[in-house]
Design a protein around this ligand. Structure first.
Ligand code: BG6
Length: 491
């Protein structure tokens, strides 16, 4: 099976923060890959904008190095690379000053009749100053699109301030808030599974589902971002956005259409229906942890505090939560969420655990009957498993076994899954906001997160230590086992 490439319309994409980590590691490699498969039209221009004073040639050299570093050698074709680099331009711009803006405007004015995109791959403190200058130079007109990504605030009030600053310059229909998890192939497959099959919808509710688990586990530590990470922590860094988005996709009502607002309206309803976790119940419903030295990927690794280089920090590198959705469909179905750094392995998956059968006709020889489970694995080895009971083959009486109907996308389809950014950037060019977060979603997520942060602050309890290379503090196991359930290790 091959993937289908539908070329997009001509565009000029200005990347603020073009010399930074996100641009070098994700954005430019993703654009190169789209170029390589032939999706970019001749008039697709990428303008780097950053504070550094450098020539276009120096920028091109920087991008070349980034591509060599982040793209597999077999995907780096010399001719493609040369053509791609010819799309680049560079303007030194002061985000908080006046320098460079006229040059940028002149450069963009020369490109009429193309989709104009501004990607703010900078820290959020520069979002408002950049937006204000875009407006001052009239660059927010004519269907211009703005792309921003997390951290979109550190709490509700800072998120509102940020959104207000953006909203003064760009209409909501022109704002693309990236949550890169929404661009992952398997996340979209969740929608295909739910809404392109008749099988699941009738059982997708509290009459048939016992609970849901969402795990986003990483084996890496803070990966050179300790400075940022220490101001965020796992709850802000992963739960407020990626994990809540996954929860919404599992829990939302069937969509009327794939129209951007149809989906975002449904996700918003889920966020609003989340039962509050606050000082009254945070101790029962949440666990926070921080990694200590241990072993990961076969080698010994330092603890979080050593990586940070300070003797003290109360930032959590692990969070587990028991969330509940107060609506007709999900009442009584816990959603156990966990995420952390330096865990035993890198795995992200959603487990939908069905209720046990109501009555067994089998005798004791058959063995225990495990409930059905649908496992959607986001990474690595993307795929879907449906765990069923079947009869053990051959003679020997009726003995039952729990086995997965197992579909690994890589082995079935044999195609490379595009990086989430490849799809998302192309969606911006196409003007499709379905996979981007709307302002009210981001704020509703913070509205649920804020009381948890507040409860953690009030408790004054430090995060629980866990050894690197394990599954987090034992309290996270107790969180689910208290309810007579267990985290699923789906191997
Ligand atoms: C980012 C977080 O949003 O997602 C990082 O800031 C995290 O801390 C990353 O490592 C995980 O993304 P992925 O795609 O590697 O699962």
């Amino acid at each position: 099976m091959s993937s289908r490439v539908i070329p997009v319309v001509p565009f000029v994409l200005t990347v603020f923060g073009a010399t930074g980590d996100l641009a070098r590691r994700k954005l430019l490699p993703s654009l190169y890959r789209r170029h390589r498969v032939g999706q970019l039209p001749a008039r697709a221009i990428i303008v780097g904008a950053a504070r550094q004073r450098m020539t276009v040639d120096a920028f091109v050299a920087l991008v070349r190095d980034a591509l060599v570093e982040h793209i597999a050698p077999e995907d780096l074709d010399d001719a493609d690379l040369t053509q791609f680099l010819a799309r680049l331009s560079y303007v030194p711009v002061e985000a908080e000053g006046e320098e460079g803006w006229t040059e940028l405007s002149d450069l963009l004015a020369a490109q009429q009749g193309v989709v104009r995109i501004f990607y703010l791959a900078t820290g959020p403190s520069l979002f408002a100053p950049i937006c204000a200058r875009l407006a001052r130079h009239g660059l927010n007109k004519d269907d211009a699109r703005l792309v921003v990504e997390k951290p979109l605030g550190k709490d509700l009030s800072s998120a509102v301030t940020l959104n207000d600053a953006i909203g003064q310059v760009f209409d909501e229909h022109h704002v693309y808030r990236i949550d890169h998890y929404l661009g992952k192939e398997t996340v979209q497959n969740l929608m295909a599974l739910r809404f392109a099959n008749a099988l699941f919808e009738p059982v997708w509710n509290n009459a048939h589902i016992d609970h849901v688990q969402i795990t986003v586990a990483e084996s890496i530590g803070t990966a050179g971002r300790a400075g940022y990470y220490d101001t965020a922590g796992a709850l802000r860094d992963m739960v407020q956005n990626h994990i809540l988005q996954l929860l919404c996709l599992v829990a939302m009502e069937p969509l009327v259409s794939l129209d951007a607002d149809a989906m975002r309206d449904e996700k918003l309803k889920v966020l609003k229906a989340l039962r509050p976790i606050n000082e009254g119940n945070a101790a029962q419903c949440t666990v926070r942890g921080q990694y200590r030295a241990g072993a990961s990927a076969g080698g010994s690794v330092p603890g979080y505090l050593e990586e940070l280089g300070t003797g003290h920090s109360d930032t959590e590198t692990f969070a587990a939560l028991k969330a509940e959705i107060g609506n007709w469909r999900w009442s009584g179905v816990p959603f156990y969420l966990r995420t952390g750094k330096r865990l035993a392995s890198r795995v992200s998956e959603i487990v939908v655990a069905f209720r046990p059968i109501p009555h067994s006709v089998f005798d004791g020889h058959a063995g225990p009957i495990a409930p059905n489970r649908l496992v959607i694995r986001l990474q690595p080895d993307e795929g879907v498993k449906l765990w069923l009971m079947i009869k053990d083959p051959g003679p020997g009486g009726m003995r039952l076994q729990h086995v997965p109907l197992d579909m690994s996308f890589a082995s079935v389809f044999g195609v490379r899954n595009p990086d989430a950014y490849e799809r998302l950037i192309m969606d911006v060019v196409r003007g499709n906001q379905t996979l981007f977060m709307r302002r009210d979603e981001v704020e509703a997520a913070w509205r649920w997160i804020d009381p948890i942060l507040q409860a953690w602050r009030a408790s004054r309890e430090p995060p629980k230590p866990y050894t690197s290379g394990t599954w987090g503090p034992s309290a996270a196991i107790a969180l689910i086992e208290r309810d007579g359930r267990t985290w699923t290790d789906d191997t």
